[in-house]
Ligand binder design. Structure first.
Ligand code: NAX
Length: 328
C-alpha cells in the first residue's frame, strides 16, 4: 500500500462536493492502492457547517478502506498545508440583482486568498483544479496569487464540457463513448466555449466524414454550450453528479495518465495556438507521468478561428476586470 496523500476539497457541503467526496475516498480518483487523507474547507455559517457534519458522518459510515484521515476546517492554511491535490469547488454563486462585476469581485477575493494560502503551505507538486465559476478566471487568479508555485500546478475544469461533447457524438452516431476520440473544447467554460470535432474520430473514422456540418454547427455546438442551463431548467438545480464525475476524471487522468487519450483541461497557456501566455484556456491535452502536454499542430478553418477569437476575447475581458481586485 502506498503512503497516504492529502486531498483538500473546498465547498464540501455543497452539491458537487457531495457527488465528489465519496468517489475520492473510494479510490476512483487516485487508484485502488492509494490511501487518501481528506481535508475539507467550508464557510463558517451554521447551515454549511451542519450540512458538512452530516457529510462527514456519511463518509465515516462508508468505512472506505482507503480513507486514512478526515478533517474539516474553516482555516485556509490548515486546509492546504502539505496538500497534494486541491479541488476548489466552493465559490460565490450569482445572487439576485448581482452584477457580473460583483460576482467577479467576490470570487476574485476567494481565489486570491486561497491562492496565497496554497503558495505558502501546499506541497510544491500540488495539483489544483478549480471547479467554482468563473472557473478559468478563478484558476488564473489563484495561479497569479501563488508566485512560488509553478503555473502548471493550476487548472480549471472544462472536462464536463468535453464529456458532454463526446456524449452528444455517441448519441448521434450510436457508437459508445469509448469509441470516440480526439474531441476538444477550446477556451472558456462559458457559452462562448468552442466544442471542436475537426480532429475527432468515431470507430476510427473521421467524425466530420460521418456527421453533417450543419448538425455540428446548429445542434452539436449549441447543445454542448447550453447544456448547463438546460439541466437547471429540467432539474431545478445545476449539474452536480456529472460535474463531480468530470472533476474525478480530470484529476485521475492528470495524476495517473490519460493513456494517449485527449483530455480537455483549462491550463495556463504556454503561447500555443497564439493564446497569450498565462491565460487559463481550455486546450486538448495528453497526460503522462503526472504532467500534461498541450496537443500541438492542429489547424483551424476560418469559422473555428472566429470561435476561438470570441472565447479568448471573453477571457481577456474577465482577466482585465478582476485585475483591479487582486492583492498580488
Ligand atoms: P453549492 O452552492 O451547492 O455548494 C457550494 C459550497 O461551497 C457551499 O457549501 C458553500 O458554503 C461553499 N463555499 C462557498 N464559498 C466558499 C469558500 N470561500 N470556501 C469554502 N467553501 C465555500 O454549489 P455547487 O453546485 O456545488 O457548485 C459549486 C461551483 O461549481 C459553483 O461555482 C458552480 O457554478 C460551479 N460549477 C462548475 C462547473 C464546471 O464545469 N467548471 C459545472 C458545474 C457547476 O456549475
Amino acid at each position: 500500500m502506498k503512503t497516504p496523500v492529502r486531498v483538500t476539497v473546498t465547498g464540501p457541503a455543497g452539491q458537487i462536493g457531495y457527488s465528489t467526496l465519496f468517489r475520492i475516498a473510494s479510490g476512483a480518483m487516485l487508484g485502488p492502492d492509494q490511501p487518501v487523507e481528506l481535508r475539507l474547507l467550508e464557510r463558517t455559517n451554521s447551515t454549511s457547517q451542519s450540512a458538512l457534519k452530516g457529510v462527514m458522518m456519511e463518509l465515516e459510515d462508508c468505512a472506505f478502506p482507503l480513507l486514512h484521515g478526515l478533517m474539516s476546517t474553516t482555516d485556509q492554511k490548515e486546509a492546504f498545508r502539505d496538500t497534494d491535490y486541491a479541488l476548489l469547488i466552493g465559490a460565490r454563486p450569482r445572487g439576485p440583482g448581482m452584477e457580473r462585476a460583483d460576482l467577479l469581485e467576490a470570487n476574485a477575493q476567494i481565489f486570491n486568498t486561497q491562492g496565497r494560502a496554497l503558495d505558502e503551505v501546499a506541497k510544491r507538486s500540488v495539483k489544483v483544479i478549480v471547479v467554482g465559476n468563473p472557473c478559468n478566471t478563478n484558476a488564473w487568479i489563484a495561479m497569479k496569487s501563488a508566485p512560488s508555485l509553478s503555473p502548471k500546478c493550476f487548472s480549471a475544469m472544462l472536462r464536463l464540457d468535453q464529456n458532454r461533447a463526446r456524449a452528444q457524438v455517441a448519441k448521434k452516431t450510436g457508437a459508445p463513448v469509448s469509441h470516440i476520440h480526439q474531441v476538444a473544447v477550446w477556451g472558456n467554460h462559458s457559452p462562448t466555449m468552442f466544442p471542436d470535432l475537426s480532429a475527432a474520430t468515431v470507430d476510427g473514422r473521421k467524425a466530420t466524414d460521418i456527421l453533417d456540418a450543419a448538425w455540428i454547427r446548429d445542434e452539436f455546438i449549441p447543445t454542448v454550450a447550453k447544456r448547463g442551463s438546460e439541466i437547471i431548467k429540467a432539474r431545478g438545480a445545476s449539474s452536480a453528479a456529472s460535474a463531480g464525475a468530470a472533476a474525478i476524471d480530470h484529476m485521475r487522468d492528470w495524476a495517473l495518465g490519460s493513456a494517449g487519450e485527449w483530455v480537455t483541461m483549462g491550463v495556463p497557456s504556454d503561447g500555443s495556438y497564439g493564446i497569450p501566455e498565462g491565460l487559463v484556456f481550455g486546450f486538448p491535452c495528453v497526460c503522462r507521468n503526472g504532467d500534461y502536454d498541450i496537443v500541438q499542430g492542429l489547424g483551424f478553418d476560418d469559422e473555428a478561428k472566429a470561435r476561438i477569437a470570441k472565447t479568448l476575447a471573453e477571457l481577456e475581458s474577465e482577466r482585465d476586470a478582476v485585475k483591479a481586485f487582486l492583492k498580488l
